[in-house]
Ligand binder design. Structure first.
Ligand SMILES: *Cc1c(COP(=O)(O)O)cnc(C)c1O
Length: 358
């Protein structure tokens, strides 16, 4: 009798399509504009020589520094293996598999559905409106049995902020029934839009943050969940005993020092300048149909023949993120903001393509 390993697995895992991360999709580029990473490494050195010991579960310095940076108290901060782990911890702490549901509004970040599928939690989707704002009446209709609503602002991959008035309405709608999780992975590019100060008003508001984007530390795997103490206490019950390796906490502490934060702000200013330059250049290119506004370190654009544009640039080592299959995003590619040289190479390649098509 042959043992079919596949059949031993949980049904939802058998049915699962793993998250198509930029790293999994591969490519042989030298201009990586597909994962919203910072284009250059930041120089940090390890200062801890205590790898014989287990790390602190919630390293004190990291928590205190992040709380100060976010304008909150340490008890409102949880640190984890990237914001992705925060997304999952919330489901594990608040959703009963086979009973409760989560809800989110596509097109948006792909991990909400992937985590729900792995854990075996139903997910409901309410498509965003044409301007990518929330469809509040449709959300209200779908809220029965929903325990967690994920809302990404600014949204990945569209780049827009969600209207604060709508967020208030959504918070009122979910009060006493569900958590509202605001994914602020890109908030450093529009810091005035953060909902952090709203935590004092809303016990069911949760905010996700990360060091992967503006802090230039995607390889570190370090993210934060901001919420009031009752939520944090529940997440502390389900988090792994040692979620952060000692070197991770070491570097995160440095990144959140005064100098680390100043460096991040300087990087954000550079990327914002490059983004402004791309906003001047892209609309002048004939294969570019539409350029969407962005509050982030990426730009979503619609192209006349996006598969051809994607492939031609790919073959030249310029790797973009294809959004063609995402609901409402036919013909769209997402472009991370790189160094000025990388932006120039991108524009030159697109210009060459346009000349060829003309
Ligand atoms: C990149 C990203 C994350 C994941 O951040 P990590 O800290 O790297 O896990 C979460 N949400 C959104 C919207 C992202 O774009």
């Amino acid at each position: 009798m042959s043992l079919n390993i596949e059949e031993l697995a949980r049904a939802n895992v058998r049915a699962l399509t793993p998250y198509q991360s930029a790293r999994r999709l591969g490519g042989n580029g030298d201009v990586w504009l597909n994962a919203n990473e910072f284009p250059l490494p930041v120089p940090f050195e390890l200062s801890q020589q205590t790898l014989n010991r287990y790390p602190e579960c919630q390293p004190k310095i990291v928590i205190e520094r992040y709380a100060a940076y976010a304008g909150l108290t340490p008890e409102q901060v949880l640190v984890s293996r990237g914001a992705d782990e925060g997304i999952e911890l919330l489901m594990r702490a608040f959703c009963e598999p086979g009973k409760d549901a989560i809800l989110f509004c596509p097109p948006t970040y792909g991990m909400y559905s992937v985590s729900a599928e792995t854990i075996g939690i139903e997910y409901r989707t309410v498509a965003a409106l044409d301007d990518w704002q929330l469809n509040l009446p449709a959300i209200a209709d779908q809220l029965d049995g929903v325990k967690v609503v994920y809302m990404c602002s600014p949204n990945n991959p569209t780049g827009n902020l969600i209207n604060p008035d709508d967020i208030r309405k959504l918070l009122d709608m979910t009060a006493g029934k569900a958590l509202l999780v605001a994914d602020e992975a890109y908030i450093e590019f529009c810091p005035e839009a953060t909902l952090a100060s709203w935590l004092q008003e809303y016990p069911h508001l949760v905010i996700l943050r990360t060091l992967s984007k503006a802090f230039a530390l995607a390889g570190l795997r370090c993210g934060f969940t901001l919420a009031n103490k009752p939520v944090i206490d529940l997440l502390m019950k389900v988090i792994a005993p040692y979620p952060l390796a000692t070197p991770v906490a070491d570097v995160a502490g440095q990144a959140l020092s005064e100098q680390g934060i100043a460096l991040m702000r300087q990087h954000v200013a550079e990327l914002n300048a490059n983004r402004a330059w791309l906003f001047e250049q892209l609309p002048q290119i004939s294969v570019v149909q539409q350029v969407f506004p962005s509050e982030t370190n990426y730009i979503l654009a619609r192209f006349t023949d996006s598969p051809k544009v994607f492939k031609t640039l790919w073959d030249q080592g310029i790797i973009l993120r294809d959004q063609n299959k995402n609901p409402g995003l036919a013909g769209c590619l997402r472009i991370s903001i790189g160094t000025r040289e990388e932006c120039e190479r991108l524009i030159a390649a697109l210009q060459a393509l346009s000349v060829e098509q003309a």
